[in-house]
Design a protein around this ligand. Sequence first.
Ligand SMILES: Cc1cc2nc3c(=O)[nH]c(=O)nc-3n(C[C@H](O)[C@H](O)[C@H](O)COP(=O)(O)O)c2cc1C
Length: 370
Amino acid sequence: MTHLFDPLTLRGLTLKNRIGVSPMCMYCCNGDGKPTEWHMMHLVPRAMGGAGLTMVEASAVTPEGRIAPGDVGIWGAQHIGPHAKLAAAIKRVGSVPAIQIAHAGRKGSRGPGWVHAPAQQPWTALAPSAAAFGDYATPQAMSEGDIAATIAAFAAAAKRSVAAGYELVELHAAHGYLLHEFLSPLSNQRNDSWGGDFAGRTRFVLECARAVRAALPDAMPMSVRISHTDWVEGGWTTEESVQLSALLKEAGADIIDVSSGGLDARQKIPLGPGYQVPGAIAVRQGAGLPVAAVGLITEPAQAQEIIETGKADLILLARVLLRDPYWPLRAAVALGRPEAISAPPQYERGWAALGKVGMNPAMGEPLEAL
Ligand SMILES: Cc1cc2nc3c(=O)[nH]c(=O)nc-3n(C[C@H](O)[C@H](O)[C@H](O)COP(=O)(O)O)c2cc1C
């Protein structure tokens, strides 16, 4: 029986446990896409909290592919250096650094997540069709040239991610952003070979996946985050997600990260504990590849049940880790596996009271060297 604190191997990568920090946009770059001090302060404690995988937020593959001007980017050589510092810091505290690469599509050109307004200096967002999301600005439909350039941008971003030291790359094809917009008939109204039937609507995602796969070393795993359903009548469905996931497996995906929604403001999401897990089960069983479950997973026993019953292979956590970066350490103690996890020796007196914890080597890089 698999345990939450058993390792997970994907290609040449082994995670020490099955808990990952889900990507979370922070909207705090200075307009240039370069990760900042805040990203260190945000991610390192969560990596140190015991998660086997720590995924950097949606990082834009082109400047116009940002949600907001403060988004992290990976569209140029100038991004490699700061990302490398972030990846190294995550690794130094015992977690595997990963990055989600993304294009916001018609949900771009906005203010930061907590400001429900357009960007102060808006740009024209690109999308499969000139169809707006809710009350957002109408995007420009992508030309063949835009499509080819965007696929190339994903591949180049993947190469830069490798250069920066990330050990897993996730393609963001969920939450109503560009890749998801191609998948759903609600946002893709094209009548060329990039739209229409299932084969047309999935073509862009599959071509991006193949291009990213080709840019990664063979030993490096690729994840794809999907929204398994739009939760809207006439939208993208779980059955289509299963079919797509089988094709993504052929295209070289090693794990599907199963989320949902975000494409259409009319969505009715049945929120509750583990509400997206049924999508993960469907993909795992139907497409026959590992899956990550995410969404309102908050309790150690709940996460353990999902893993031990084979509903998913990896658990990604977002909001609960904003409340408690040390959730994985607590979970290891609660589930009787404290030896599976380590706290830094500097923190031993804090954690010794909860159980026997392992040790990481002390860290002493002078700040000026970082
Ligand atoms: C502050 C914040 C930022 C987020 N940014 C991203 C993102 O960059 N990429 C993404 O795929 N999901 C993003 N999400 C969604 C989370 O990764 C996760 O899927 C969602 O919050 C559900 O998990 P939870 O119930 O554990 O929070 C974000 C969520 C939060 C709370």
